[in-house]
Design a protein around this ligand. Structure first.
Ligand code: SAH
Ligand code: SF4
Ligand code: F3S
Length: 480
């Protein structure tokens, strides 16, 4: 789908210094290696990439898979592969623990397959103590790189093929992001599109700004061109991705807002649905609401991370809004977009959180009437300001609050979902239902799922479905 021609590359010449030409040169070099291995083994040479993190991490995995597929690897769905790459996340401690646990199992597989290459990349690798631990205790990992140089996978693989030594390449930041390389989408009909990288907000609990670097917005023209190409390739729905999409374009010489970007994306012919994630409440704008109100394509869903309902905790979290400001935005949103689905992220057990602070969180959930909420127990991240704050909340209290939080979120979302039962809505069919193959699963514009009788021919199509029953987190329906 991009403008490159690997056949024309002359491997007798030195590697080009410019990107993306340099990487295409290394792709061609890796192709030779993988081809030779295929001949030697008399079978396909396979690769497997697993995403441990958020949508941005998932989009990075698609870029990695695109390059690996171009190199000649057969993409498979299990770790019993010749190249296994874990694209890691470090937002909470348990994300890290999962990686270490899985690495142990992978070592067993590697002993059976001497050709297996193990790679680790992504956010966790941006932490120096993690890399030190892997160097010391996980010598069997072959390639380690971070978040800023995922585009270099082919070059790093070549280095490994040439040296057969553990390759480590971690950058601390980057000025430009290399795009224009092959990607392999998980779904033919929908795609994430990065509109910005990094984060400047430094919420006091969060490690993302340290592992993803400073905020950088992609020029609108590049984003629009990428989406046009995706649409030509069958994509109907895009998800515009950034840690704080509302601050899109703020670093440009000529200011260009997120609302302006949405208007440009709306014009793309053939594109049917636009989603975005994540808008930070502190930068939410009337312009954005206005654009959403008049748009035919922007989906009826806003993910609006609350984190805490207590103004005191929000201040220590460095979120830069109060409980009242958050609720004012919710009210404004509901006035302009009465059918919108609101979802959120909530952390319990942040240092200094009292019972009263927690009750404020429950209060906001009841007032905002979230369709659903991702709920997290606060996890201490080394290097963030909150890690050294006083008043860390004891585990037993946190667990109790977490259970109460789940209960409140569950009750509210049950009540909210019932309001759509009986309606006929447009649904983008995504897959065959994993539990019952006589059903397919589709997504409403408000991001909820509906399961209804259908077959594989519907996948990727937008069709009308009647929602016959609400099951709390999803619907049962039938085709109109
Ligand atoms: N940029 C997004 C969030 C990205 S991280 C935003 O500002 O909304 C996704 C979610 O992980 C956050 O919204 C937060 O709820 C949660 N999270 C981040 N750091 C955490 C930590 N240290 N402990 C628990 N949850 C955390
Ligand atoms: Fe983390 Fe805050 Fe940035 Fe979101 S806005 S990624 S929570 S620092
Ligand atoms: Fe995403 Fe996890 Fe990194 S949430 S940005 S993959 S730390």
């Amino acid at each position: 789908m991009n403008n490159y021609n690997i056949e024309r590359i002359n491997l007798l010449e030195e590697a080009p210094t410019m990107e993306p030409e340099r990487q295409l040169y290394y792709v061609a070099k890796c192709q030779q290696h993988v081809h030779a291995l295929k001949e030697q083994l008399g079978r396909d040479v396979s690769c497997y990439v697993e995403t441990f993190g958020c949508q941005m991490n998932a989009r990075d995995s698609e870029k990695l898979l695109g390059i690996l597929r171009e190199i000649g690897y057969k993409v498979v769905d299990s770790e019993d592969a010749d190249m296994v790459l874990y694209n890691t996340c470090t937002v909470r401690e348990n994300a890290n623990l999962r990686v270490y646990g899985r690495l142990g199992q992978l070592h067993v597989l590697k002993k059976k397959n001497p050709h297996m290459i193990i790679g680790l990349c992504g956010c966790m690798m941006q932490e120096s103590e993690v890399v030190e631990k892997i160097k010391k205790s996980y010598r069997f990992v072959n390639i380690i790189f971070g978040t800023f140089n995922i585009f270099k996978i082919a070059e790093l693989l070549c280095t490994y093929f040439d040296t057969k030594k553990q390759v480590i390449d971690i950058w601390n930041d980057t000025k430009e992001v290399v795009e224009e390389l092959p990607t392999a989408r998980k779904y033919p009909f929908k795609s994430g599109v990065n509109i910005m990288y990094g984060c400047n907000n430094f919420c006091s609990y969060c490690i993302v700004p340290y592992v993803r670097g400073r905020e950088k917005s992609r020029p609108p023209i590049e984003i629009v061109r990428e989406i046009e190409r995706l649409v030509d390739d069958g994509v109907k729905e895009v998800m515009l991705l950034g840690q704080n999409v509302n601050s899109y374009g703020k670093t440009f010489e000529e200011p260009f807002t997120f609302a302006m970007l949405l208007k440009e994306v709306e014009k793309i012919k053939g594109l049917e649905r636009i989603r975005f994630m994540t808008p930070h409440p502190k930068d939410f704008s009337d312009d954005l609401l206005e654009v959403m109100e008049h748009s035919e394509k922007i989906c009826n869903h806003i993910h609006f991370p609350l984190q805490s309902g207590s103004s005191k905790i929000l201040k220590i979290m460095n979120r830069k809004y109060t409980k009242e400001q958050y609720l004012d935005w919710v009210q404004k949103i509901r006035e302009k977009l009465p059918d919108v689905s609101l979802t959120t992220d909530i952390i319990v057990g942040f240092p200094g959180e009292t019972e009263d602070d927690f009750k404020d969180t429950l209060d906001v959930i009841q007032k905002a009437k979230f369709d659903s909420a991702y709920t997290f127990i606060y996890s201490k991240r080394t290097g963030t300001p909150a890690a050294s704050m006083e008043g860390q909340v004891p585990e037993s209290i946190v667990k109790d609050r977490f259970n109460r939080l789940l209960e409140t979120v569950g009750c509210v979302s049950h009540e909210v979902h019932a309001r759509y039962t009986g309606q006929t809505v447009k649904v983008l069919v995504e897959c065959i239902n994993s539990q019952d193959s006589s059903l397919v699963t589709g997504r409403l514009t408000n991001n909820m799922l509906v399961h209804f009788p259908g077959d594989a021919s519907l996948i990727g199509k937008i069709i009308k479905v009647k929602l016959t029953e609400s099951k709390g987190f999803y619907y049962i329906g039938c085709m109109e």
